[in-house]
Design a protein around this ligand. Structure first.
Ligand code: ADP
Ligand code: ZN
Length: 675
């Protein structure tokens, strides 16, 4: 029933805008060229048409009776049988005198064009008819056969399909060019890079001010800015300027933002593209795009190339050799490696790349001379979250009760993008309710919504079910409150959201290492839900599926990865390289496998018994909590404090916030004394 994970909602704002694209020819020019092709084709066709018409001028047709009469009277000079279809009848002097008295014959006694056309049905019958008609004529005409090529129909016969094919091809290619995004145009531009260029005209107006937290990352990246601004300072001493900087971190933590801010700070051109922009269905396109990108960049140096999601091309090579078909990606990667080796260290092009999967990147990319620097961009801690809230609240109209410390506490595990999203959601919610300003409740609703999805107001839950859910969640809350190392609870709800029926939020302490004790306490708290059902109702339900899954995974990790089990000992079967495929072969024997199973289930059983013991001891408090939950649907840590008393172990998060505030005021006072 628990769902306290948050999902990153990293959006890439850099891809939505379309500033000038360096490689795009103006669209009009291309149209123009095509129009010429069309025009020439049309002219040729029309010309042929006229030519053809010239050779076959339609003449007056005559019928059989009239022809026989003319033959009998000896008025016909010659009959030409054209293509065995039409008979062209030329009159002799006598005939011309009778039918065309005003027309003069040429020197050979005939007109240049036939005087009549006779359409032949059957050839044999026609010959017979001509012979019979002239039986009494002294000087009979004979039929001469003429082959005449009909250019028109012949040429049209092959030109029309050809033209159709060409037109079809052009349309197809243009459509494809358009689909490939960015309006990069026709097939001829396919090998050009898709990078968007931000320079003085389309300046990036993101600076370090817009990036909250990430202090260490900023310091490191500040150095990159410095490299670009005064390279001599470093090269003077013989040092080499790094070529590539890799930003590694979960989605939505501000990697893109950081890269953009570098461009904004350094005031140099900034090429931005995503790793997947290199990928195309045609072989060789990726490599050609890489080449083009670097050529463009070198022409604009000093500048920054930013490749987002570099894992799309930078994945380790040769792993899936069986499937084949990855050659294209490999050659793209090879080209990238070559280019990065190729440009001199002083050429003033620095490649920034972002990924959230540094582990799957090809080792060759990470070696010195390529992406030799790696900057880890992590999920913000409570102080970082507060600062991110500050950045994103700048433009908002806030109510007086909005407390950034409180909001930072309510959003454990949120990324920068999530927080940006919370601020936006809150503003939208306030607007929907017609408020003048955004208040605390809007922010809390936005947080809930982002964690759990939309409220399912009309999900039908019977009162009995509701009671079970309330006790289940109260069980989690109670156990975690009473165990020293479990994460302190932030809030519990039994409002169904998304596909969860209820949820408990904890404040994960930002620990660097976790002790066995801490992991064990977390397991107890996770099992607290089911244990409460057992203690109160004497029966358990299916509602604990995700709890059980989580606890099983954790127990497994404790035994097989972290070496926290006595029976198995200090052995870890974890494989950080990801090279081994354990789904086929296990790195341990059958006997060890049995031991692992035994230890895992013993660990979980022990934790479950402990949860039952705690809840039996605090049965009264558990019931109070559950009843309050049924009444109000949401409870906060204050309610727990009222029932069970303050946790004697303090709260590390509060301390962190206090420390940060102290540090800040110290900085301010030193600045004041300086001034
Ligand atoms: P990534 O590239 O790491 O996936 P982005 O840089 O695209 O994440 O971040 C997405 C959005 O989240 C940014 O546009 C910004 O609004 C917000 N954001 C993320 N981290 C921060 C931060 N440290 N400070 C301010 N805003 C942030
Ligand atoms: Zn649960």
């Amino acid at each position: 029933m628990d769902n306290n994970e948050t999902k990153g909602t990293g959006n890439n704002p850099d891809q939505s805008t379309q500033p000038n694209q360096p490689n795009q020819k103006p669209n009009g020019k291309k149209r123009f060229n095509l129009m010429w092709v069309y025009a020439i084709l049309a002219i040729v066709l029309i010309g042929l048409n006229f030519l053809g018409r010239d050779s076959v001028t339609p003449q007056e047709e005559i019928d059989q009776g009239k022809l026989i009469e003319m033959l009998k009277r000896g008025e016909v000079g010659k009959i030409e049988l054209v293509n065995r279809e039409d008979a062209e009848v030329y009159l002799n002097q006598k005939g011309l005198m009778v039918y065309f008295p005003e027309v003069n014959a040429n020197s050979d006694g005939f007109t240049s064009t036939p005087n009549y056309i006779y359409k032949i049905g059957s050839l044999d019958r026609f010959e017979e008819m001509v012979e019979n008609a002239q039986l009494e004529v002294t000087d009979p005409v004979y039929i001469t056969n003429v082959r005449r090529n009909n250019w028109m129909s012949d040429i049209l016969g092959w030109i029309i399909p050809l033209v159709l094919i060409i037109v079809f091809y052009i349309i197809l290619m243009r459509g494809m060019g358009r689909n490939m995004g960015g309006g990069a145009g026709s097939i001829f531009n396919i090998g050009k890079s898709r990078a968007q260029l931000y320079d003085k005209n389309t300046s990036v107006n993101v600076t370090f001010k817009d990036v909250a937290g990430l202090e260490e990352a900023k310091v490191e990246i500040m150095e990159v800015v410095d490299f670009l601004k005064n390279p001599e300072k470093y090269t003077k001493l013989g040092g080499k300027i790094p070529k590539g900087v890799l930003l590694v971190g979960p989605p939505g933590t501000g990697k893109t933002l950081l890269a953009k801010s570098v461009a904004g700070e350094a005031n140099v051109p900034f090429f931005s593209l995503s790793g997947s922009d290199f990928v195309e269905m045609f072989v060789g396109v990726g490599a050609s795009r890489v080449r083009d990108l670097f050529n463009n960049a070198k022409a604009k140096s000093p500048c920054i190339i930013f490749i987002d999601e570099i894992d799309a091309i930078g994945r380790a090579r040769g792993k899936s050799a069986i499937t084949g078909g990855n050659d294209e990606r490999e050659s793209t990667l090879n080209q990238l490696l070559t280019e990065m080796d190729g440009f001199g260290t002083n050429s003033g092009v620095i490649v920034l790349a972002a990924t959230n999967r540094a582990d799957i990147l090809d080792k060759a990319l990470l070696r010195a001379g390529r992406f030799d620097r790696q900057i880890y961009v992590e999920l913000p801690d409570i102080v970082g979250r507060k600062e991110i809230f500050e950045v994103h609240m700048r433009g908002l109209k806030l109510g007086n009760d909005v407390d950034k410390d409180f909001l930072a506490k309510q959003t454990p595990g949120f990324s920068g993008a999530d927080i940006a999203n919370v601020c936006n959601e809150a503003a939208l919610m306030a607007a929907r309710k017609g408020k003048e300003e955004i208040d605390k409740q809007d922010f809390l609703d936005a947080v809930d919504r982002i964690i759990g999805g939309l409220e399912k107001k009309n999900k039908i839950i019977t009162p009995e079910e509701k009671k079970v859910i309330a006790f289940h969640e109260a069980g989690h809350a109670t156990t975690s409150w009473l165990l020293q190392y479990a994460h302190p609870l932030v809030k519990v709800t039994i409002v169904p959201r998304g596909n969860s029926l209820g949820a408990a939020w904890y404040l994960p302490e930002e620990r660097q290492i976790t002790t066995k004790e801490q992991m064990y306490h977390e397991m107890i708290a996770t099992l607290g839900g089911r244990a409460a059902e057992q203690v109160v109702f004497g029966q358990i339900s299916t509602g604990a599926l995700s709890d059980l899954e989580k606890v099983t995974k954790q127990a497994f990790a404790m035994v097989t990865y972290y070496g926290l089990d006595e029976e198995i000992g200090n052995i870890s079967y974890y494989d950080s390289t990801g090279q081994q495929d354990y789904s086929l072969t296990k790195p341990y024997s059958e006997k060890t496998a049995e031991t692992i199973d035994k230890e895992v289930s013993a660990l979980i059983e022990k934790a479950y018994k402990e949860a039952i013991a705690i809840l039996t001891d605090h049965r009264e408090g558990l019931s109070q909590l559950a009843n309050k939950l049924i009444e109000e649907e949401v409870i906060f840590s204050e309610d727990l404090e009222r029932i069970f008393g303050k946790r004697p172990w303090g709260n590390s998060e509060d301390e962190k916030l206090k420390n940060a505030a102290l540090k800040k005021s110290e900085e301010q006072s030193t600045e004041e004394t300086k001034a």
